[in-house]
Ligand binder design. Structure first.
Ligand SMILES: *Cc1c(COP(=O)(O)O)cnc(C)c1O
Length: 552
């Protein structure tokens, strides 16, 4: 008998196996006549496309989502069980392995409360051990503490740990798994994207007694969609699949997760994770100087763990200011977990914690745009010069947009999945539209900006771009190109790009270009646009709206 069959509750083994592949929609084809599930055949009465297809049940284990999660975590789809958040995976593991009143789980306090909560619901014993005084996991002490526990089925390790942020070394995780061959180590990697630790997902796909939990809630901004997963061997996935409810994941959540995991979204997720990590370190530094804070622990999560002097007084102050944090007195009496938020949120929290952190509100924005022809995601930060990371699928156009950002002096991340097999037209135009939307959003109310920009002739080719961030779209393009294409880039698209940008940015853009060489002329247009934008978006100090009308 396999290890997992030995460890599982007999009630689970008595349930019929679930044939996930046989239930997948793709095994029936897209035109299948669905008269099998007592669904209502008519579309839900919800405006727009939000609820498309919601009159049908979702797939029990949506194949596309399993594939996307598997690709994201570097394992095979058969190793993934998609669950309603990692929380649900914790519950299902406990229900699969722990018999009422007999079996036990171990937790290392202080840690995430859900492990003990679900164990108690299931009537499993909870063996509590302590992390060290500095909240590190001591594998030797742990193994000694559970040495006599023959019925220890699941050992929960949280790395990085919630609420302390401490890592657990991969070597310690594997040592526990080796030393306890009849215990399944459940490694909760809910925050691993924010840490420097390697994931053990691929190891879990190979090892009978290691399961890794991942979630889209934290790093991918999908907490409300409730999508997470357990990663283990194919046998483990099939086993816990028997304990799942029939249709655990709502269609709307599945769709949101798939859209969010599209390749064009990847660079922006990476930027955001990097920003949260940088903010975490910056805020940790500032809080070290707070008169209310005794110590600051910056681990590998999207949060800080503080030890504060007077938690009751601070709680009252934070409540009065409408700021929600988690107090964690089970870790230390003054324990407080502070999530890293937006600039404005962080500033509010810092002020409440007695740290004056001036600085102007950020001018960052993202735009996502999906059509049948293209899927695009853009992020801009008007007050940072990096990163610049542009992948439109049209190399020459990447180079042009890179010139705009470089000469504009702002950060630009843009990725597009477009129908290049047709031609570059849709990708080029739609990228300009989405870029304009992001710029417009980042400018916000346009207070304090220069508003006007202009650029002078450059190189042997002369390009002049005049811009007014007036809020009113208008574009004029004077110039011709001799060649039809530069690489895969059609020269006729340049005028299109400027028009699309003017429309979605809400700007008047006048372009004039002349010269000999089409490559130079095109490049000069984009560089001049960058220079013009640089002046128009520049903060001039003060808060004035650069308009006598009082509105832009
Ligand atoms: C937030 C969190 C989870 C739960 O994530 P969901 O996928 O939203 O259920 C799991 N483990 C830890 C340690 C967490 O902090």
């Amino acid at each position: 008998m396999s290890l997992l069959a030995r460890l599982a509750r007999p009630e689970i083994l008595a349930l019929p196996p679930v044939d996930i592949a046989a239930q997948a929609n793709e095994s029936f084809g897209p035109d299948a006549i669905k008269l099998d599930a007592n669904e209502n055949p008519y579309a839900p009465l919800v405006e727009g496309s939000l609820a498309d297809g919601v009159n049908r049940y979702p797939e029990p284990q949506p194949m596309a989502l399993r594939r996307a999660l598997a690709a994201l975590y570097g394992v095979a789809p058969d190793n993934v069980v998609a669950t309603r958040g990692a929380d649900d995976a914790i519950d299902i593991l406990i229900r699969t392995f722990c018999r009422l009143g007999i079996d036990a789980v171990s937790i290392c306090q202080p840690t995430f409360s859900a492990y003990a909560q679900f164990a108690r619901l299931q009537g499993a014993r909870v063996i509590e051990t302590r992390l060290t005084d500095s909240f590190d996991f001591d594998a030797d002490a742990f193994l000694a503490a559970v040495a006599g526990e023959a019925e220890l089925k699941l050992a929960f390790l949280c790395a990085p740990n919630n609420p302390t942020g401490n890592p657990v070394a991969a070597s310690d995780v594997l040592r526990v798994a080796d030393a306890r061959p009849d215990t399944i180590v459940v490694l909760d990697e809910a925050y691993i994207e924010f840490s420097e630790q390697p994931s053990l997902a691929a190891e879990a796909a190979r090892r009978d007694n290691l399961v890794v939990l991942r979630t889209l809630s934290k790093a991918y901004g999908l907490a409300g969609a409730r999508i997470g997963c357990a990663i283990g061997t194919g046998e483990l996935a099939a086993l816990i699949g028997r304990a799942l409810p029939p249709y655990p994941l709502p269609s709307l959540s599945i769709r949101a997760a798939l859209a969010s995991l599209a390749p064009s979204r990847r660079p922006i997720h990476e930027d955001r994770i990097a920003r949260i990590k940088a903010d975490r370190e910056r805020i940790a530094g500032l809080l070290a100087g707070s008169p209310l804070v005794r110590s600051v622990r910056s681990g590998g999560g999207n949060f800080l763990f503080l030890d504060v002097d007077d938690p009751a007084a601070l709680a009252a102050k934070l409540t009065a200011r409408g700021i929600r944090v988690r107090f964690r007195p089970n870790a230390v009496p003054g324990g407080l977990r502070l999530t890293i938020g937006t600039d404005a949120e962080n500033q509010a929290a810092l002020a409440a914690l007695g740290v004056a952190a001036g600085g102007r509100p950020s001018r960052r924005a993202t735009a996502a745009r999906d059509t049948k022809e293209t899927r695009i995601a853009v992020a801009v930060d008007l007050d940072a010069a990096a990163p610049r990371n542009i992948a439109t699928g049209v190399p020459f156009y990447d180079h042009m947009l890179d010139q705009v950002a470089a000469h504009g002096g702002f950060a630009l991340t843009l990725a597009c999945e477009g129908d290049l097999e047709i031609d570059a037209h849709h990708s080029i135009e739609d990228c300009a539209i989405a870029f304009g939307q992001a710029l417009r959003a980042a400018l916000g109310d346009r207070r304090g900006i220069g508003r006007f920009g202009f650029a002078l002739p450059m190189d042997e080719a002369e390009a002049q771009v005049l811009i007014d961030l007036s809020g009113r779209p208008f574009s004029r393009f004077e110039g011709d190109f001799a060649a039809s294409h530069i690489g895969a880039y059609p020269t006729e698209m340049t005028a299109h790009v400027f028009r699309s940008l003017a429309d979605t940015l809400g700007a008047a853009i006048h372009v004039k270009v002349s010269g000999e060489n089409d490559h130079h002329k095109t490049e000069a247009c984009f560089k001049a646009l960058g220079r013009a934008l640089r002046q128009a978006i520049a903060r001039e100090g003060g808060d004035a709206l650069p308009s006598t009308k009082g509105v832009l």
